[in-house]
Design a protein around this ligand. Structure first.
Ligand code: GRG
Length: 276
């Protein structure tokens, strides 16, 4: 298996569907703003994790799986647009280009985020109406994205006051970890392999922690509060390698063919040193 070839193939198959996700009925400025962020690059990590869980059990993703994968990417994209707004992180650049509000203004960017979040559940609902197995996946996505998941983590970051190791770990488990967990758990549900959920949750726990740590290490020069800054670069890198090993070991317990996921895990998590 050539990892890079397989990754580009899966990403390409996903993106060709994603291009058709935002309806022509959406008013043109709003549609442009939604597509600007939705189709403006990114690793497509959460959809690829979801689809790879299915593939690990020899399942060829159905059109409804691409729809569900798009729902995950819509939630991720909305979170980035809102996170960049002046009232949150106030960032001007994302993925090397102006942030959504810099290009379209704050009102349109806010609404593009709202519309993408709503679209995610329109897509998940469409999947559930074609096959009831997706109803549970939609429920998991909602739980992990909302106040007790990703949004809750973002809220904690703004309100917690103290930034010790435990608090930073708790914030990242929600803010970053919960959407990654949703991708993996929803893949397990759609594959009808809930008997393997324990191993997938272990994978997701280590992957989520390592993903945030890797992002922190890449961001160390920006002087932001983070676990990597607290641990120091070399300890953070050591811990990142440990978490990556744990994630890869968990994949061996899933009862699937996880060669691709192992390569993906190493490429994504060790990009602080290697690059993807
Ligand atoms: C609900 C407003 C709101 C925010 C939720 C996810 C989030 C919290 C904020 C986004 C900012 C951020 C840096 C989160 C940490 C997780 C992370 C590294 C996100 C970037 O994800 P990638 O690397 O992005 O998958 P690409 O560009 O590849 O899609």
């Amino acid at each position: 298996m050539n990892f890079q070839v397989e990754y580009e193939k899966l990403k390409g198959a996903f993106e060709s569907r994603l291009e058709r996700t935002v309806s022509d009925r959406v008013p043109s400025k709003l549609r442009e703003s939604m597509n600007y962020s939705l189709l403006g690059g990114g690793k497509r990590l959460r959809p690829i994790l979801y689809l790879s869980v299915l593939c690990s059990y020899g399942i060829v993703p159905r059109e409804s799986d691409y729809l569900f994968a798009s729902a995950l990417e819509c939630v991720h994209t909305y979170s980035l647009i809102h996170d960049d707004l002046p009232v949150m992180d106030n960032d001007d650049v994302r993925r090397g280009a102006p942030t959504n509000h810099k290009k379209y203004g704050e009102a349109v960017a806010l609404l593009a985020g709202d519309a993408l979040l709503t679209l995610a559940f329109e897509l998940a609902g469409k999947c559930a109406s074609s096959d009831p197995i997706y109803a549970e996946a939609a429920y998991v996505l909602a739980c992990n994205a909302g106040g007790s998941g990703m949004v809750g983590g973002q809220a904690m970051e703004f309100t917690c006051g103290a930034y010790d190791e435990k608090t930073l770990t708790d914030i990242s488990a929600l803010k970053t970890g919960k959407l990654i967990e949703a991708a993996i758990v929803c893949g397990t549900i759609s594959a009808d392999r809930k008997e393997n959920i324990g191993a997938w949750l272990e994978f997701s726990d280590s992957f989520g922690k390592a993903f945030q740590l890797c992002d922190d290490i890449l961001d160390l020069d920006n002087g932001e509060r983070s676990l990597a800054a607290l641990l120091g670069k070399s300890n953070a890198e050591k811990y990142l390698c440990e978490l990556t090993d744990r994630a890869v070991a968990a994949l061996d317990r899933t009862d699937g063919n996880t060669e691709f996921l192992k390569e993906l895990t190493k490429a994504v998590l060790l990009r602080a040193t290697d690059g993807l």
